[in-house]
Design a protein around this ligand. Structure first.
Ligand SMILES: Nc1ncnc2c1ncn2[C@@H]1O[C@H](COP(=O)(O)OP(=O)(O)OP(=O)(O)O)[C@@H](O)[C@H]1O
Length: 444
């Protein structure tokens, strides 16, 4: 018993030990502060804190701030903003931001956004993930936002390597979809195409009858076992009114227009996805069809021929081109396009209609002179419209048209002369010309 008490240190020796330890610690801290630079000290501290906290924690959190550095937008943040509203099933708070900045088309699908402090659960290859959007108030400046993405620590590498790329790709897909397919709603106020479009009366009657028969043709299409669709090709030089014609058809039929930018569609699967999202009683407009890639064209044609019939009714497709001669023959194959419409340069009848639309007059003394000039110079309705809209005064506007046509005539004459000179230069001297002509004839 006595030996046990002998082994227990006395209070004074414990106190001595404590004060010595404290003194050594303080000495070491002072030496450390004096000898080791501040930057290195902070680095060591952060590493130690990181090490111990990660040792005890099982979760890992990625912080995705709105900006990368001071001003550069963080693309990962933007991708998450677009991607997360597509994960509606993972929304835990039952709230979503909805909005639109599309003044031209108020009935278009609104864009979706994630409200602040909303938790969204996601899953990637069996890994559970949790997203959270946070907001930091900033005095005098716009608030800063950042996402927290949390996963189990052991999946950190996998998320870094694959998940972020997946989020970015998914967001790009959504964005491409938004940009490739613009939707225009028909204008209820302006449903009369008389007030906007000038075309030859015969063409107008034929087209109106065709559209009328189509809209009443549900039973007919069913009885012959064909999809209730009509395909038009509008072709002709730029400015002859192809787009204006599409708008007029949409107004007449009360259909929405899906304007597909086929040049920016990257692959067949994406094209199908876009095409199947169009609604009934709509026009699918594909402008400059000669500029799309062959692969997409064949995807489009397959869709028009087959899938179209199983995904909706009463649809019109309109292709436009300035160069019909450059179209893929597959598109022109019989049975693919129902109606081919050539949009031509201004004719006297179209001109009279334009005059009644813009200066809003019924005939004018200058009209005869203008119509005669049409025999010598080709001019598009777009060019005429531009001149007519230059003044509200009919005299001034029509004189402007004459001047424009005269200038065009002179330019055309100059070009013709220049071409003739080039040809005669090519033919060379009289003797050479003789040789050239005789060899050409002997070849024939
Ligand atoms: N037939 C027309 N009737 C009334 N306005 C027309 C007509 N054709 C052209 N215009 C006027 O010219 C403008 C341009 O015409 P539009 O875009 O319809 O021609 P386009 O043939 O589609 O040209 P592009 O091939 O360059 O797309 C129209 O906004 C309209 O103001």
């Amino acid at each position: 018993m006595a030996s046990f008490y002998n082994q227990v240190p006395s209070v004074s020796s414990v106190f001595f030990l404590y004060t010595s330890f404290s003194a050594i610690t303080m000495l070491l801290r002072t030496i450390l502060n004096e000898v080791v630079p501040k930057g290195i000290r902070e680095y060591i501290t952060v590493k130690l804190v990181d090490y111990f906290s990660s040792y005890f924690q099982s979760d890992f959190t990625f912080v995705i701030e709105q900006h990368w550095g001071e001003y550069v937008e963080n693309q990962t943040f933007l991708a998450a903003q677009v991607y997360l509203p597509t994960r509606l099933a993972g929304l835990t708070t039952g709230k979503l931001l909805v909005g639109s900045n599309n003044l031209k088309n108020p009935t278009a699908q609104p864009k979706l956004g994630i409200p602040v402090d909303t938790k969204i659960m996601d899953e990637f290859e069996g890994i559970h993930l949790e997203w959270n959007l946070h907001n930091v108030k900033s005095k005098g400046r716009r608030d800063k936002q950042y996402f927290h993405l949390t996963c189990k620590k052991e999946f950190r590498e996998k998320i870094l390597a694959d998940y972020f790329a997946y989020v970015t790709e998914s967001a790009e897909k959504v964005m491409r979809h938004r940009e490739n397919l613009q939707i225009f709603t028909y204008n209820k106020e302006d449903s009369d195409w008389e007030s906007t479009l000038a075309i030859e009366p015969d063409l107008k009657t034929t087209l109106m009858n065709d559209l009328d028969a189509f809209s009443k043709g549900k039973d007919f299409f069913k009885s012959v076992g064909r999809a209730w669709k009509r395909v038009y090709l509008l072709y002709g030089p730029p400015g002859t009114g192809k787009s204006s014609m599409v708008a007029a058809i949409a107004n007449q039929m009360k259909y929405n227009i899906y304007d597909l930018q086929i040049q920016s569609v990257k692959e067949d699967g994406e094209l199908r996805e876009i095409l199947t999202s169009t609604t009934n009683r709509s026009i699918l407009l594909i402008e400059e069809i000669d500029c799309g890639s062959d692969i997409l064209l064949s995807g489009l044609l397959n869709f028009v021929d087959g899938l179209w019939s199983s995904c909706g009714e009463e649809k019109i497709i309109i292709f436009t081109t300035n160069h019909k001669e450059m179209l893929d023959p597959a598109l022109l194959r019989p049975g693919r396009i129902d109606v081919h419409i050539l949009m031509v340069y201004c004719t006297p009848l179209v001109f009279n209609k334009l005059v009644s639309l813009y200066p809003k007059i019924d005939g004018h003394i200058l009209c005869d002179a203008i119509e005669k000039l049409f025999l010598e110079v080709s001019i598009t309705p777009a060019e005429i419209t531009q001149q007519l809209m230059a003044s509200k005064d009919a005299d001034i506007a029509l004189k402007g048209v004459i001047e424009y046509l005269e200038t065009k005539k002179i330019k055309r004459k100059k070009i013709q002369n220049w071409r003739l000179m080039e040809i005669s230069k090519m033919l060379g001297s009289k003797k050479q010309k003789h040789n050239w002509l005789s060899s050409a004839f002997s070849y024939l």
